[in-house]
Design a protein around this ligand. Sequence first.
Ligand code: TYD
Length: 198
Amino acid sequence: MFISFEGLDGCGKTTQAAMLAAALELEGRTVVRVREPGGTPIGERIRELLLDGDSVIGGAAEALLYAAARAQLVDQVILPALARGEVVVADRFIDSSLAYQGVARGLGLEQVLQANELATGGLMPDITLLLELPPELAAARRGDTPPDRIESESDGFHAAVAEGFAAAAARFPERIHVVDASGPPRAVLARVREAANL
Ligand code: TYD
């Protein structure tokens, strides 16, 4: 089973992915956790390029670099784990590209989907949990850590990303479950498990 978590920077995806993975492991499942961009040697190098504040990257190159990191992760990690019957829990996957590059950068959902078709060979998560938090709350949760190239974008950009996630949820209503990410992590986890029926 392939589960992805999506949402704005600061929405609590990483915490929820870790908590869900731990809960499934307690129940005897073998869980492989991945994060994007990254998770493979090439993917980590692409991550450095993408998040480096000194990089100047056009929208198309940005979308293709995320897709390249994803292609490597699908090939080297996700497909082999799924073939072994394991659960894959991903901290971001294709919907981040739809929201950030497709909508916030303005490339369009369909174009970004097409670029990703090559990267993933058509692999989609079975279930996606979209953690929803108002952009200003997500920004506050990001706290004092120095922002990376994407995090330092304007409030308007992050508002567009939130719209992008809503557009992805409308495009894939069966797969994407929107979960209220406010409140304590345990309460959010309960909502996640209920939404995903896990
Ligand atoms: P990361 O530090 O992993 O962010 P977070 O911990 O919030 O998930 O950095 C990933 C950044 O890359 C994040 O700002 C979102 C952005 N991103 C895209 O723009 N497109 C994508 O396809 C992916 C996977 C991430």
